[in-house]
Design a binder for this molecule. Sequence first.
Ligand SMILES: *[C@@H]1O[C@H](CO)[C@@H](O)[C@H](O)[C@H]1NC(C)=O
Ligand SMILES: *[C@@H]1O[C@H](CO)[C@@H](O)[C@H](O)[C@H]1NC(C)=O
Ligand SMILES: *[C@@H]1O[C@H](CO)[C@@H](O)[C@H](O)[C@H]1NC(C)=O
Ligand SMILES: *[C@@H]1O[C@H](CO)[C@@H](O)[C@H](O)[C@H]1NC(C)=O
Length: 422
Amino acid sequence: MAAVLLILSGATAILQADLLPDKKFHSLLLPPVNFTIKITGLAKVLLQWEPDPRQERRDVNLAYRVRINAPQEDDYETMDTESQCVTILHKGFSASVQTIIWDEYSVPASSWVSAELKEPPDHLGSPGTSIVNLTCTTNAVVSNYMHLRPYQMSLRCTWLVGQDAPEDTQYFLYYRYGSWTEECQEYSKDTLKRNIACWFPRTFINSKARGRLAVHVNGSSKHAAIKPFDQLLALQDIDQENPPVNVTAGIEGTRLSIQWEKPVSAFPISCFHYEVKIHNIRKDYVQTEKMMINTFSWIIDDVSKHSVQVRAAVHTVCGKKGHWSEWSQPIYVGNDEQAPSTEWFIIVLMSAICFVLLMLSLICRICHLWTKLFPPVPAPKSNIKDLFGSTNYEKAGSSETEIEAISYVEEAGLENLEDSVF
Ligand SMILES: *[C@@H]1O[C@H](CO)[C@@H](O)[C@H](O)[C@H]1NC(C)=O
Ligand SMILES: *[C@@H]1O[C@H](CO)[C@@H](O)[C@H](O)[C@H]1NC(C)=O
Ligand SMILES: *[C@@H]1O[C@H](CO)[C@@H](O)[C@H](O)[C@H]1NC(C)=O
Ligand SMILES: *[C@@H]1O[C@H](CO)[C@@H](O)[C@H](O)[C@H]1NC(C)=O
């Protein structure tokens, strides 16, 4: 038993010794030769090198460690003799490479060879002339070539003119996606006719892309060299989801139901979730609801006018950051005039009735007082006759005063009657 174990362990030791390359690899690793850096596109360089022809390669996997020194440090290994690198090249680019053996760290790596790109001459320009605050967004649009691919991306970028850019400055925007580079054809201008925004109705950008978009804005002027501007944008971050389409809403009784379609987007319907915003315009009350499906119904307590809007976002599981789209255009449901006007009518009617009642009771009170102040005199005829008779004897005839007295008594009686009614 012990003998068997001994033989087994001996066998594994021999096996391990066989696998170790340094048992066979006796020479030192030589650095690569002819290392070059070439600009191959906007914000894109190609690094190339060759193994030294004197390098012994028998039974080993030669590989290379690439180190980017500027503008941004990076470190990686490859078995290729070239490597592509996407980065901003404003401030030049420098990198080093050394020979290693793939997955074998006991053999010391070769020395480094380095190369660099100086700040490109066309990146020199007067300070303050380059654009600032570049922002770009992409939007899915229905493709002109439905059969090839149903959706394409549009691209819109805006920027501000450099504060020291001469008045005659003109800016030009380019984007690169993969191997495609395009110059903008549709610019918007400021009051000095300088381009300040750009619109690509359709681009080569893949509608589900997660890569990076390179944007380059250079310019020209008779009075100054315009400093170009480069930016790399993560497509995930700049993609603006479209709002849902065909939003419809209706009220049946007190049930408000809303339907909509998924936005124009390469993402399938299962990737979307939504938010519905219902605004009761009369009460100025807003309610929002999140949901996974594209219909929604809700019991409302009054059927006055409501506005309804919906927005959409792609779930993070579908590979997006889940930014909300803009709200859809508001659509209106419910009665605008009727409900409030009937209420107003009732209020006005009620106050009118109250007013009339109040006035009537006031009048009656005044009348009551009147009757109390000047109670009907039990026997006015003789008194008045005497009064008038004594003071104005020659002028007034007795028949005239009699009529006056009678009419007064009648009026007082009538008012007493009304008083008793209320
Ligand atoms: C390196 O470059 C030189 C000159 O361009 C060329 O003659 C030589 O063949 C290259 N070496 C290798 C290994 O490609
Ligand atoms: C432009 O960007 C700078 C910082 O990047 C910010 O301070 C400034 O407010 C921005 N200007 C405008 C008009 O957005
Ligand atoms: C701007 O950049 C593009 C792309 O690199 C180049 O073709 C063009 O000549 C440049 N224009 C100016 C005015 O520098
Ligand atoms: C929206 O409605 C129109 C007309 O009713 C229809 O042609 C279109 O296909 C609908 N859009 C979607 C995305 O369903």
